[in-house]
Design a protein around this ligand. Structure first.
Ligand code: UD1
Length: 354
């Protein structure tokens, strides 16, 4: 079996890691196509290096642009790649522009498409990611769902016959890295001590692209009481510069570059909690046992809301108290699987391969 993975953005490199590892231990052929959606070394190369992912076989070098330009450039570049490789499966990941472009190119070339992380829904049609994931699910031939909730969403849209529950590959990589870095301490800026800070990331368009909203978020973080380690995504840096928002405005707000994955796991493990709008980080906080506050109106990862592990706070009120809250005492269940999802993905691809 020959599988061609299409990835392009940071969370997809994390999901690719356990899949690439599973392929390395199999007799199947795995081709990696990097669209170039994320191109900064800190957003891309370090993930391949730290997570021991083989270098991409093909790099489309698409870069940034409006959604239409970015997605369209990927589409026009993919035909030749798919024509050359003629895989048995095109495997796409998550909800980014690279996902929809990979799926659509494969469909147009009559190649079977499998969607990893199928069935997630925010039900927020203002998010570009929601359209990317819904359209990809309906185009794909095999829907690899991470959770029982995702399976229910797919069934509700008439897609049950093409859906398989495989678990969440992010659990595979998160637990592996957690164990690898368990005996090491995070490298923290001056004024930030282990067990006494909050990890924060903000990058969603709905939080970054409106100046008033972004100014309110940065101000709330700067006044959160607990020191905040803000790991700034390029979109956040760009919008703050554009709107004249000072990211170094407070002694308790510590802005830093995005962290490589192992250092991110370390930083969360030694934090009091997380404030984010990232999907992956909400789940990593849950898996690592840290409380999370999510600056959004909804989450795709509804399981994290159980017992208050994750709290949605679009309005920002009471952020300081929430940020410093202790981890819930209730034991967590395992809605995201046991860390062996990647081998279930390969099994499902083989079983559905005709
Ligand atoms: C994308 C995904 C989102 C995912 C996120 C993870 C879409 C629609 N969104 O959002 O689902 O959660 O990635 O990070 O696909 N930039 C750089 N260097 C880089 C990458 C981006 O400077 O390496 C800048 C560019 O100015 C770009 C902006 O960041 O315009 C945003 O990047 P983009 O790929 O458009 O979307 P993300 O916000 O990263």
């Amino acid at each position: 079996m020959k599988v061609l993975s299409v990835v392009g953005a940071r969370p997809q490199f994390v999901k690719l890691a356990p899949i690439a590892e599973a392929f390395a231990g199999s007799s199947d052929e795995h081709v990696i196509v990097h669209t170039g959606q994320h191109y900064d070394a800190a957003m891309s190369d370090v993930f391949f290096a730290d997570l021991a992912i083989p270098a991409p076989d093909v790099h489309l070098g698409v870069g940034s642009g409006s959604h239409g330009v970015q997605t369209g450039t990927m589409l026009s570049a993919m035909d030749a790649v798919l024509d050359e490789h003629r895989p048995d499966w095109v495997l796409v990941y998550g909800d980014t522009n690279s996902t929809i472009a990979g799926a659509l190119s494969a469909v147009k070339m009559h190649l079977p498409v499998a969607h990893l992380e199928a069935g997630l829904r925010s039900f927020n049609r203002a998010m570009p990611e929601e359209h990317n994931r819904v359209l990809t699910d309906h185009a794909a031939d095999l829907l690899l769902a991470p959770t029982a909730v995702a399976m229910r969403h797919l069934a509700g849209e008439g897609l049950a016959a093409r859906s398989v529950l495989v678990g969440d590959v992010m659990t595979d990589v998160c637990f592996r890295v957690r164990d690898a870095v368990a005996s090491t301490a995070p490298d923290l800026p001056d004024g930030v001590r282990a067990g006494g800070y909050v990890v924060s990331t903000i990058h969603r368009a709905e939080n970054t692209d409106d100046p008033d909203r972004l100014r309110a978020i940065i101000s709330a973080l700067a006044n959160a009481g607990t020191p905040v380690l803000l790991l700034a995504h390029p979109r956040l840096i760009a919008r703050c510069a554009e709107f004249g928002i000072d990211l170094k405005a407070s002694a308790t707000l510590h802005t830093a570059a995005p962290l490589p994955y192992p250092q991110m796991v370390q930083a969360v493990t030694h934090s009091v909690g997380v404030i984010t709008d990232s999907g992956g980080l909400q789940k990593e906080a849950f898996l690592l046992g840290r409380p999370c506050t999510t600056l959004r109106t909804e989450t795709e990862w509804v399981e994290t809301l159980t017992d208050g592990w994750n709290v949605l706070l679009p309005g920002l009120e009471g952020l300081a108290d929430l940020a410093a809250r202790p981890a819930p005492s209730a034991a967590r269940s395992s809605p995201y699987g046991d860390g062996h999802a990647a081998s279930a993905v390969l099994d499902a691809l083989r079983a559905a391969h005709v």
